[in-house]
Design a binder for this molecule. Structure first.
Ligand SMILES: Nc1ncnc2c1ncn2[C@@H]1O[C@H](COP(=O)(O)OP(=O)(O)OP(=O)(O)O)[C@@H](O)[C@H]1O
Ligand SMILES: [Mg+2]
Length: 357
């Protein structure tokens, strides 16, 4: 296919070159056979313009040289007319040919430079997006991978018992498979998000999804001695979001809440997760008893790569905001209303009923 295209372009250039040679010969003949007063050589400028479109700068310079030589030759061979006029016309023609070639070549060089700059910019943008995508995937699969390791360790312990507890080991294996599946779904979503694909919205039970994420985070919550108090409203209309992305958002909010309470005594480490209906929307809130939001955190929370943690990437909330907005929702943070220290994150979600309306 590629070689066919190359042949095609080669053929076209050969035809253009033949056409140009014929045109140059015709101009030369016209310029030579007419009187000095007829400055037919100036038409060589058209030849230069065509050459600029089809050939390399070096070929254009050669063609320009040939045009000038032909102009001089036809001046020498012209049999009749006022010599002085002929001389002036020849000089004007040569000047016109040279200026056309010079300006044309400058324009081509500028166009090439602009093209090269555009290509470089595109490559830089792609490299940045690839870097961001890599960082985002690494961030989002970290949680399922950590869960896989925890369940893998548990599975090993159950198998090492005498006699082995196959039931428990089987359950741990089940969790490993579920987490591996989640990690692969997360990668698909992150790649889709980087490509600008629309989220895979579906109607689902919000409370059920919250319970699933709490189950998935249980090992991490236990490790950090954090208690979760869930206040899930009953009778909620189904949420209409990308369910995998919802789990990612909640997972990130839970992790941040746990991080914020690192220096709080274990007995006060509590996360509140609540769902409620607000008009035709659903609202999820995640509150903690951590250090709360500093004024600078308030204004930068959702910026990419903004983090106050030594090990933080500063991507979690940025990803959450992208996902919330792509699903037609909103995410924001406030201080706790009860005056206690801590932050509250709110996420609004459309319901399936509203989406149909
Ligand atoms: N619940 C919270 N309480 C107080 N500050 C928070 C809370 N959640 C986030 N922040 C602040 O917002 C910053 C950005 O959070 P984000 O989740 O985007 O990145 P990160 O947690 O620092 O790193 P990572 O990319 O690994 O998630 C945090 O570094 C922290 O300063
Ligand atoms: Mg985070």
């Amino acid at each position: 296919m590629k070689s066919e295209l190359r042949q095609d372009s080669h053929l076209r250039r050969t035809l253009v070159l033949l056409g140009m040679v014929a045109a140059m010969a015709a101009i030369f003949a016209l310029d030579t056979l007419t009187e000095y007063a007829v400055a037919a050589a100036v038409f060589h400028t058209a030849i230069i313009l065509v050459a600029l479109r089809w050939f390399s700068p070096r070929t254009v310079i050669v063609i320009t040289g040939i045009c000038i030589v032909l102009t001089l030759a036809s001046f020498a061979l012209t049999p009749a007319g006022a010599y002085r006029t002929g001389l002036i016309n020849t000089c004007i023609s040569i000047l016109a040919i040279a200026i056309t070639a010079y300006l044309g070549l400058k324009m081509v060089t500028a166009q090439n430079a602009a093209h090269a700059a555009r290509t470089q910019l595109l490559r830089m943008t792609q490299a940045t997006s690839v870097g961001q995508l890599t960082a985002s995937i690494a961030h989002e699969v970290n949680q399922p991978l950590a869960a896989i390791v925890t369940s893998g360790n548990a599975c090993q312990r159950w198998l090492a018992q005498q006699p082995p507890n196959l039931d428990k080991a089987g359950q741990a294996l089940g969790r490993i498979l579920a987490d591996a599946q989640r990690a692969s779904e997360v990668i698909v979503r992150m790649r889709g998000m980087a490509r600008g694909d629309a989220p895979h919205k579906q109607a689902f039970d919000l409370n059920e999804a919250v319970r699933e994420m709490l189950r998935l985070s249980q090992a991490e919550l236990d490790k950090r001695s954090v208690l979760v108090e869930a206040d899930l409203a009953s009778g909620l209309a189904p949420a209409f979001w990308d369910r995998v992305q919802f789990l990612q958002v909640l997972g990130n909010l839970l992790l941040n809440a746990m991080d914020a309470m690192q220096d709080v005594p274990p007995q006060r480490r509590r996360i509140g997760v609540a769902t409620q209906a607000l008009g035709q929307q659903l609202v999820l809130t995640v509150s903690d008893a951590g250090h709360g939001l500093s004024p600078s955190a308030q204004s930068h929370l959702f910026d990419a790569f903004w983090s106050t943690k030594s090990q933080g990437m500063g991507l979690g909330l940025n990803i959450c905001r992208h996902m919330a907005e792509a699903n037609g929702g909103r995410i924001w943070a406030t201080d706790r209303e009860d005056g206690a220290s801590g932050a509250v994150f709110h996420v609004t979600m459309a319901t399936a009923a509203r989406e149909r309306a």
